[in-house]
Design a protein around this ligand. Structure first.
Ligand code: ADP
Length: 494
């Protein structure tokens, strides 16, 4: 049998320690699946101020204290704390890179009050990247693969290909860079480049420079040994179209032979209504009636009247342009002419906060809105809604539509990226399909898809069928974890 691989998984957010979006779900689950397949995988992330030492069971690593990391702004000292990811009976070690000055803040990337990005995000994540490589050497643990995720880890492949190129410790280490969202690139002024201490030639159009700026995502795209993204459709979209590539599509296209789409999985230990501790009434397909009790609880929680036979549409999302909520704004009056109620949970841009608050005020018995980040309410919305709406402009993978399938909550989605790959459009003649899709980005198209869903909802048997189709789907991590391992193996010397 081939030897197990040593893999270091790098991420700026990992559930349950720190989360702003789907990257955290992936980082909390995929490593456990890889470990389950008998490889040695460890996770490393920054130690943010918001991570509670006691609740997260953080321990100091005595041998890894005050390690010097050379930076253009003077040497920085980092220390390492450790804890575990430990659901599903698999224990994965998580290391937290600690530098109180740069990471000891509540926000991950953004100041929680001003909502502005931290001005020194370049320094923070350059320190993270270089710090990781220094820490590994002190630790004496040689990974075969360093699996980097998104722009905060983008400099790691560049450091390995330049500063550490002749370092015997890293001679067998290869990198994988996963793009979870091409729009977030970590763009900083060129004048800040000396701080990274990367060699000068790296700051060029062949390196990490893009449009006169330093671009961390581009660094990952250029220097990593292999690239992946989180659905097959998105892998195609980002290399063929600027709307999805955000100025870097030519790089993705150039590296098309090194770029694969591997769909995200779901942690059914967390997202399954038959064992979900966050919902008042657990259920499965045989006890679907209990879903109705969750719906009542949800409507009460959102201060909406309970109306028999009126379908409830759920939305849980970061409130940003990507997610397509301008379509809801445009279609609000048309939607309110239909027989439905809507609940929304989200935080993000001010204009969407205002838009949804206004809509809830105008239609207080039809629309319920909570503008916060609330894990428990997210589970209740999955359990209590009849349909789940994701009208995204683009969606690398999307997780909530997959959670929805398992909760018997029928997705209505725009056919882009992972939404297109995971949802099959319902066909009334054969009864096949798991949701409702619309192709063109437009409010009229979205309303039509919702109308199609309402028509099927009115037919009990047909609705049960579509729910059954969805609840029976299996998007667990194992299949995707095997694909990652295959990729690691193809790069590794072992
Ligand atoms: P993205 O990564 O673009 O935000 P995904 O669909 O991949 O989108 O993942 C979003 C994750 O974040 C899901 O687990 C979703 O439930 C969660 N989420 C988003 N907004 C909120 C919120 N306001 N409260 C609780 N969970 C949220």
């Amino acid at each position: 049998m081939a030897r197990p691989l040593n893999v270091l998984f790098l991420s700026s957010e990992v559930e349950p320690f720190a989360k702003t979006g789907g990257l955290a779900d992936v980082s909390g689950a995929l490593p456990q699946s890889i470990k389950h397949l008998d490889h040695e995988i460890r996770v490393m992330m920054p130690r943010y101020g918001s991570i509670n030492e006691r609740r997260s069971k953080l321990h100091d690593m005595i041998r890894l204290k005050d390690i010097e990391v050379p930076m253009g702004t003077g040497d920085h000292l980092v220390s390492v704390k450790s804890s575990f990811l430990a659901n599903n009976h698999i224990k994965v070690q998580v290391y937290f890179l600690d530098n109180p000055k740069l990471f000891g803040r509540t926000g991950l990337y953004i100041h929680p009050d001003t909502k502005k990005e931290y001005k020194d995000n370049d320094e923070r994540f350059a320190l993270f990247g270089r710090g990781v490589l220094e820490v590994l050497k002190k630790m004496g643990w040689q990974p075969d693969i360093i699996h980097c995720n998104d722009w905060p880890t983008g400099l790691v492949p560049a450091y390995l290909k330049t500063v550490y190129n002749n370092d015997p410790f890293y001679k067998d280490t290869r990198t994988v860079f996963t793009i979870h969202n091409m729009a977030y690139q970590g763009v900083f002024p060129k004048s800040r480049f000396p701080m990274t201490q990367l060699p000068e030639e790296v700051l060029s159009e062949d390196g990490i420079e893009a449009n006169g700026n330093m671009n961390f995502l581009k660094s990952g795209l250029i220097y990593a040994d292999a690239l992946t993204t989180v659905s097959e459709k998105y892998a195609e979209e980002i290399r063929s179209n600027d709307e999805f590539g955000f100025g870097l599509q030519h790089i993705a296209e150039k590296r098309r032979n090194d770029l694969t789409g591997i769909l995200n999985g779901i942690d059914y230990g967390v997202w399954d209504p038959s064992i979900d501790e966050h919902i008042p009434h657990k259920y499965d397909f045989r006890t679907l009636d209990m879903k109705l009790d969750n719906k009542r609880a949800l409507l009460e929680r959102m201060k909406l009247p309970v109306r028999d036979g009126v379908p409830l549409i759920g939305i849980i999302s970061r409130l940003v342009d990507q997610k397509g909520f301008d379509l809801i704004d445009e279609a609000l009056d048309a939607l309110m002419k239909l027989n439905l109620q809507i609940v929304v949970l989200g935080t993000g841009e001010k204009k969407y906060h205002e838009m949804f608050s206004k809509a809830a005020k105008k239609f207080p018995d039809r629309i319920g809105v909570e503008l916060s980040f609330n894990e428990q309410l997210a589970h209740l919305i999955e359990a209590g809604s009849d349909m789940f709406l994701m009208p995204s402009r683009y969606e690398p993978c999307g997780l909530n539509q997959i959670y929805s399938l398992r909760y018997g909550t029928v997705p209505v989605v725009r056919a882009t990226g992972g939404l297109d790959d995971t949802i099959d459009d319902y066909d009334p003649s054969s009864g096949s399909g798991t949701g409702f899709k619309f192709e063109k980005y437009g409010s009229g198209e979205m309303v039509k898809a919702i109308q199609r869903a309402l028509k099927v909802y009115a037919d009990d048997n047909a609705w049960k069928k579509i729910i059954k189709n969805g609840m029976g789907k299996d998007f667990s991590w194992e299949a995707s974890a095997k694909k990652y391992i295959q990729l690691y193996r193809s790069l590794s010397r072992k």
